[in-house]
Design a protein around this ligand. Structure first.
Ligand code: AKB
Length: 312
């Protein structure tokens, strides 16, 4: 039987594409999209849509009851750069929306949860290359602290209350169809828009800042696959490391130059540099590969080609 899905934060960077894919997979009527406002006309007009506040438990519970929801994908969050500007609200949104959903599962009103974590759970004392699944985690951003605490709570709710919650530590995500949402890795999306429009880009990170990244198609596949995996395959109940490619601004600029030879990049690092410096450069995702057969399709070359084709 198809799951009955509620996506909270459906108009955001991941939510938009996730909604489309889940509707194709499970049928439009089985996927209820929701967000705080009607921010994306495609999402709003392509199937059932509800305006809700992720911080309002009663609103979420009401939707769960009315639509007989079995699975919730909680995609609402403040990302790293935005969260630094509003720490109290970021903590409130990122943590309390998670508690609402975990508590619905604890009281058996829903069966399964997807909750996104991030490479931001790591910090400056974490090994930078091939960052292991289990390692030192001392996040230095509000976003990272909220994601790390969230991971601990997911594992706790699984161990103590038997909640089926599944999670991925997303790297930076790159997509042509949705604008970035206030993250530190967002330069890797902006750069394509500026390369096409202006043939030049001023990067807010320094030339050699290497970070883990992933094309949105792969991120959506990972999300759907971890949710589809039989419960016994899910061995990690905090969050899985996930990787595809790692590159620096210099390297992505060189790849773009192969298609747009006039393209030039300059560097003017801002407050986001410190955030990027505290994150891993590459990730060891062998547990995800082993447990639920994770693999990626897009590398830097194929991602760049696909981005430019779609945006042009
Ligand atoms: C961000 O840059 O904040 C996000 C993330 C890595 O979670 N893209």
């Amino acid at each position: 039987m198809n799951p009955k899905i509620l996506i909270i934060g459906a108009c955001g960077q991941i939510g938009t594409e996730l909604t489309v894919k889940l509707r194709k997979l499970y049928g439009t009527e089985n996927v209820i999209a929701s967000d705080i406002r009607k921010l994306n006309t495609d999402v709003v007009n392509s199937g059932p849509f509800e305006v809700i506040n992720a911080l309002d438990f009663n609103q979420i519970e009401h939707l769960v009851e009315v639509h007989h929801i079995t699975d919730i994908y909680l995609m609402a969050a403040l990302l790293s750069a935005t969260a630094e500007k509003n720490p109290a609200f970021a903590w409130d949104l990122n943590m309390n929306s998670l508690f609402h959903v975990l508590n619905l599962a604890k009281s058996k009103k829903i069966k399964k949860i997807f909750w996104p974590s991030s490479i931001a759970v790591f910090g400056p004392t974490t090994p930078k290359e091939n960052t292991p699944q289990y390692t030192i985690m001392e996040p230095s951003t509000v976003y990272g602290i909220s994601k790390q605490a969230g991971e601990r709570w997911c594992e706790y709710y699984h161990n103590i209350y038997g909640v089926d919650v599944r999670s991925i530590r997303y790297p930076g995500l790159i997509s042509w169809s949705t604008p970035p949402g206030g993250g530190t890795t967002d330069y890797a999306v902006d750069i394509f828009h500026k390369a096409i429009a202006d043939k030049k880009y001023e990067c807010f990170l320094s030339a050699e800042t290497k970070m883990p990244m992933m094309y949105m198609d792969d991120a959506i596949d990972a999300t759907i696959n971890i949710m589809k995996a039989p419960v016994e395959e899910i061995k990690i109940h905090s969050s899985y490391n996930l990787a595809a490619m790692s590159f620096t601004p210099t390297e992505i600029a060189a790849e773009i130059k192969k298609h747009i030879p006039e393209f030039e990049i300059t560097y003017n690092p801002d407050f986001r540099q410190k955030i990027a410096d505290s994150w891993p450069a590459s990730i060891d995702d062998s547990d995800a590969r082993k447990d639920w057969n994770w693999n990626y399709k897009f590398d830097l070359e194929s991602m760049t080609k696909d981005m430019l084709e779609h945006l042009s």
